[in-house]
Design a protein around this ligand. Sequence first.
Ligand SMILES: Cc1ncc(COP(=O)(O)OP(=O)(O)O)c(N)n1
Ligand SMILES: Cc1nc(C(=O)O)sc1CCOP(=O)(O)O
Ligand SMILES: [Mg+2]
Length: 215
Amino acid sequence: MSDNEATLPDCQLYLISPLDVTGSFPERLTRALEAAPVAAFQLRLKDIDQHEIARLAEPLQRICADRDVAFIVNDSISLAKRIGADGVHLGQGDGDPVEARKILGRGAQIGVTCHDSRHLAMEAGEAGADYVAFGAFFPTVTKAVEHQAAPDLLSWWQSLFELPCVAIGGITAENCAPLVRAGADFLAVSGAVWRDDEAAAVTGLHEAIANARLA
Ligand SMILES: Cc1ncc(COP(=O)(O)OP(=O)(O)O)c(N)n1
Ligand SMILES: Cc1nc(C(=O)O)sc1CCOP(=O)(O)O
Ligand SMILES: [Mg+2]
């Protein structure tokens, strides 16, 4: 192990779903999860009613469970509860982490979007979140973003707090090194995985993380 590797936290992949998980998506998810280690998968669907999301979630949840990948639901505490997800990701307008903890229990993984804000992240930590998410680090077409984060936010967080931090927004194998080297515990990635060959993309990200830790 190099000196750099010893001082950096482990950095794991956290995949975010595309908005369409119908058709061949379950096969694509399987390929992605079998290409290289992935820690978590977030089901991020928009403008679809909860019954339909629950129906779409079922095979994906099974694929994740079979491979020990945490299955996180975006936006909705009630949906996470209903389908027995491993956790929920909450944006600033999506609900209270304290309430999520009461409803989902001690074992649930609760993540909170903190944009580029140290204050929001400390608040989320105090509210009992299991991770804080900072972003967007790079331009993204997956979502219209209003906040831009820089790697020094990750270094600052890492130097002061034990709570894991997630980096999100436009992350690719080509641009992820500064985030890994700044101490991101997880890289959350959507477009770079699903826009083309998902297995090659996951392998590429995994290799890029390993190389960044060695450099
Ligand atoms: C890991 C992770 N980080 C941030 C987000 C963004 O959440 P939010 O701000 O609620 O925006 P939407 O994803 O709901 O559009 C996320 N989903 N996951
Ligand atoms: C869902 C999401 N939240 C962001 C934030 O900054 O909070 S950026 C983002 C999009 C992530 O997808 P991609 O990897 O395709 O950029
Ligand atoms: Mg949200």
